[in-house]
Design a protein around this ligand. Structure first.
Ligand code: RIB
Length: 292
């Protein structure tokens, strides 16, 4: 199982003709409210890829919109606490090239407690499970240390990126997930080559160029599937959630990478982050089509 300590956001998405320049007032072409948050997106991707999944997070007590959106996404809410702090949200601009710019208000995502951590991991046999987290919640270091002490495998999606925090958590991390720029920054901060970043498994996402995974046996490359993207928000989250769920299920990294590439290819063809994440059957059908 994957236990994901993750952010939950309302994504306020604005389609813009181009990214706003400093001092510019811009008319949006369209606007929508979607379910998002790096953590939540990764959970939905893992769940839809067939993975048993427990999401741990915080939202506002009286937020019926987010409640309904999480339920509609099919996520169990047992470990999602309702508190007296506003739900996190993200302001997202999407341009005609499907690129985005994101500003986050953390809100309730910064209110995780060690009680929640202990409750979510209680009774589980550590080595059988993955603990996943990102940098959009509080307590990342504490969660990592607690999980490590209890024998869990640790997957760390180091975004939004902080070289200092990522460096601090390297010794606790089993699977580190970063994009190409973050990988280069982390290598520079550690005075080493990207290939020598000291974690057992390093997954680097490369956007339209795919991804690669380096582990003890070598490096696997996975190309991206060419599609007509309309919104790339959450594509990396989809890749990670799908990869981890599949890898956890069967341990075949090459197969899990292929599945993740297909899942994120399908995801960018839809609008919104979590709502555009495909189900396992759709990914399987897409992969069959590709191999014809
Ligand atoms: O990775 C995409 C996500 O980043 C969005 O859904 C937004 O909520 C931010 O957390």
């Amino acid at each position: 199982m994957i236990i994901n300590f993750g952010s939950i956001n309302a994504d306020l998405v604005y389609q813009v003709p181009h990214m706003p320049r400093p001092g510019e007032t811009l008319l949006a072409l369209d606007h929508a409210k979607h379910l998002g948050g790096k953590g939540l997106n990764q959970s939905v991707a893992a769940l839809r890829s067939g993975g048993p999944l427990r999401h741990v997070g915080c939202i506002a007590k009286d937020d019926s919109w987010i409640d309904a959106a999480i339920s509609a996404a099919g996520l169990d809410q047992t470990y999602i606490d309702r508190i007296d702090t506003p739900t996190g949200h993200a302001i997202i601009y999407v341009d005609p090239d499907a690129e985005n710019e994101i500003v986050i208000f953390s809100g309730a995502n910064q209110c995780l407690t060690m009680d929640m951590v202990a409750k979510a991991l209680h009774g589980l046999n550590g080595p059988d499970h993955w603990v996943l987290f990102q940098n959009e919640t509080n307590l990342t270091g504490e969660i990592a240390r607690y999980a490590k002490d209890h024998g869990f495998k640790i997957a760390y999606s180091a975004a939004p990126f902080s070289p200092a925090l990522a460096t601090e958590l390297l010794p606790l991390t089993d699977l580190l997930v970063v994009n190409e720029t973050e990988a280069a920054e982390l290598a520079a901060a550690n005075h080493c080559a990207v290939a020598d970043i000291a974690v057992p498994m390093l997954l680097v996402t490369l956007g339209a160029k795919g991804a690669y995974l380096r582990d003890a046996t070598g490096t696997l490359h996975q190309n991206a599937y060419p599609v007509q993207a309309v919104d790339t928000t959450g594509a990396g989250d989809t890749f990670l959630g799908a990869f981890l769920a599949q890898y956890d299920a069967h341990g075949n990294a090459a197969q899990a990478l292929r599945f993740a590439a297909a899942a994120s290819a399908l995801q960018v063809t839809g609008h919104g982050a979590a709502s555009a994440i495909p189900h396992k059957q759709d990914v399987t059908d897409f992969l069959k089509e590709q191999s014809k």
